[in-house]
Design a protein around this ligand. Sequence first.
Ligand code: HEC
Ligand code: HEC
Length: 398
Amino acid sequence: MRPSVPLLLCLAALAWAGCASDCPEAPGLAPGRCAAVRALLLPEALPPSRGSRVADSQQAALLGFGIFYDARFSANQEVRCATCHLPERRFHDGRVTSQGLGAGRRNSPSLLNAAWMRWQTWDGHADSLWSQPLFAFEHPLEMDYTRLEVARAVLRHYRPSYEALFGLLPPLDDTARFPLRGGPGHPAWEGMAPADREAVDRVVANVGKALEAYMRKLAARRSALDRHLLGEEGALTPQQQRGLVVYATAGCIDCHGGPLLTDEAFRPLGLSPAPGQEADLGRAEGLARLLDSPFNAFGPFHDGAPPEDADLYAARPEHAGAFRTPSLRNVALTAPYGHDGRFATLEGAVEGHLRGADLPPGSGVAGLPAEDREALLAFLGALNGEYPKPPWNNWPDR
Ligand code: HEC
Ligand code: HEC
């Protein structure tokens, strides 16, 4: 008999009490695995920001709230963060791959709980929540707005609230010193005085920090799973409880473990590129972009001490084609799945990505009885957190 049905074994042996006392959260689970189940509990408090001292400022969150929904921060004045991270769609877009000024090649992750993540995006090209938006502004297929334009949009539309938080803006009206458009690689930008370039970089870093303060309001908090782990009777249905045991025994928990149901490691699952797409180098490319960015945790705009896990910034051969294990919180609500959105359904995602995974023998879904598979899917439906509170969870009043 497979180890995925230890609950039944326990019941059959009429040893319920003994099993239950080993791991009341997941009766029947081998005691050695119980700690991993308990570690799924989402703590009450958000983790500290990585590198921003205004992350919990209400004023900064209000500034970020405005900018998140403001299409004036894009080249065609029509794309906003909320174009691909819609409040009415759990802050993702429901598309296979997202569409800004052009067609992107990746699936937009939900922003619910992004504040918890060590790395942002599928390839971890940002190592803080505040630096990720800056990539979106400048990406030619997303908002295509250079950093000079972002800084000038702040001057035009948000000057008082920006200056109250971060001090005076540089003299951006002086177009001889501050050209209208430009960023790294543009001759106009490269021709600027280094101190002026740094002043502009500081403005966009601060815009990112305001956006981070807003996105921290989007934490989706505890789900039925957490209530179950805290001992609430009936928080999970019996089928979902069985699914939790399957989750732990089928190996899911080894990669999708911890409070966010991810270990945030980058792994090549060997998914071949979707038809018509070029191979995506994943982490190998993401790490290069991260190390090249002045907004990383070792740069001048990171508030506080640099991170202690500097070894995670070293390039490794296995990074080619590797993607961050995604968080499974709210997963039932954020189809389609996978870094390129190739899986339309949850079931497809679970079965599909495991075919390429390097799993310990005896784990994975391939040999699971139908009942266990159904229980596992039911369990994945118990991970939806409480939705963020108003006014943050919706479009601002205009
Ligand atoms: C055109 C669509 C689009 C727009 C506009 C856009 N994003 Fe995204 N966002 C994405 C995609 C796609 C990803 C995943 C990128 C990747 O993996 O390379 C992403 C990733 C993220 C992440 C990482 C989340 C995680 O869990 O890893 C954050 C945070 C984020 N975006 C915030 C923003 C903010 C803030 C803005 C506005 C400044 C913005 N995005 C604009 C499509 C978009
Ligand atoms: C070896 C590590 C590993 C194991 C084991 C594993 N996963 Fe994953 N999982 C990943 C990675 C990495 C991805 C992202 C794949 C991609 O798109 O490149 C992923 C993606 C997913 C997704 C899609 C989520 C989304 O938001 O797109 C789901 C659902 C999922 N896994 C569920 C499971 C379940 C259930 C199990 C156990 C049966 C499991 N996984 C086992 C690493 C793993």
